[in-house]
Ligand binder design. Structure first.
Ligand SMILES: Nc1ncnc2c1ncn2[C@@H]1O[C@H](COP(=O)(O)OP(=O)(O)O)[C@@H](O)[C@H]1O
Ligand SMILES: [Mg+2]
Length: 266
């Protein structure tokens, strides 16, 4: 468990008079108040239904559901692990090469169930397809590919109970990836008109996926189009707080509301 999450849970429990215990190498937190017990699994709070949660974390499923309801989302193609015969692997490589050529010889390839920008590669040279694909196959069972989008900025929207509770912009520094873990900057100032469009897209996405506590990442491309990039059912704000310690209380209050929600009778 990150230092951030542990501190936030302890602070909230003290404020709300909740008994807490970290077990299972601190993956699991047991919370108890007025004889009611709830569990947290690291950043999984259990406010989303199991299916909604899986819909978010499975990038390809998220894409297909949003596309079904005409929400602008970046294009995804799923590549299942092909088994180990040379022929099966070569067929998949041919499929990726075809997609590469159809999308201006520029792709992004990543684990379907990934996070934090780990093992996310850009492919600009056809010769790299085979080695990157084989490397990913050794790490994961399902891989997805996208056309490369020329992203101007990325935005993270945190939603709780159908309300936008936090929004910030990610700006690139050294890497081509906008993950804060890759060094991007978290910026709070966003033009009002643009912010409203981002909020509108996030609310629609949240509504379609039937989620209650998520972050939604939205990209703005160089032609000012907005698309959903990914949705995470684990609401992680640790990297944001590293850059903006002044927002600790605001962010803590969001997690506090989430925990209070868990203790409501239902
Ligand atoms: N199709 C794409 N075109 C351009 N950049 C992309 C594309 N897909 C991902 N990226 C960049 O890589 C980062 C990580 O990709 P993402 O799909 O969010 O995976 P993860 O779950 O690992 O964060 C994104 O924040 C974005 O900056
Ligand atoms: Mg991401």
């Amino acid at each position: 468990m990150t230092f951030f999450l542990k501190k936030i849970i302890i602070d909230i429990c003290k404020e709300l008079n909740i008994k807490y215990k970290f077990i299972s190498d601190e993956y699991i937190t047991i919370l108890e108040k007025n004889k009611k017990i709830v569990y947290l699994n690291e950043y999984l709070f259990g406010l989303n239904s199991e299916v909604s949660s899986l819909l978010c974390d499975d990038k390809y499923a998220m894409y297909e559901v949003l596309k079904e309801f005409n929400i602008p989302v970046i294009e995804y193609k799923l590549i299942w692990h092909p088994g180990n015969t040379k022929e099966d692997i070569n067929n998949k490589i041919n499929e990726i090469e075809k997609y590469y050529k159809e999308h201006h010889n520029h792709l992004v390839i990543k684990p379907n169930l990934g996070n934090s920008g780990i093992n996310v590669y850009q492919i600009k040279n056809e010769k790299e397809i085979e080695s990157i694909f084989k490397d990913l196959l050794s790490k994961t069972n399902s891989i997805c590919i996208n056309p490369f989008y020329n992203i101007k900025n990325e935005y993270r929207v945190l939603m709780l109970n159908n309300e936008v509770r936090f929004i910030y912009k990610k700006e690139l520094t050294n890497s081509w990836q906008f993950n804060l873990s890759k060094g991007s900057l978290a910026v709070k100032e966003i033009d009002d008109e643009l912010k409203n469009k981002i909020i509108d897209l996030a609310m629609k996405t949240n509504n379609i996926l039937k989620t209650k506590f998520v972050t939604i990442d939205i990209i703005e491309d160089i032609n000012n189009n907005l698309y959903v990039l990914e949705v995470n059912s684990r609401v992680t704000m640790a990297k944001y707080i590293e850059q903006h310690k002044e927002d600790y209380e605001v962010v803590k209050n969001i997690y506090k509301d989430a925990i209070e929600e868990l203790f409501k009778d239902n």
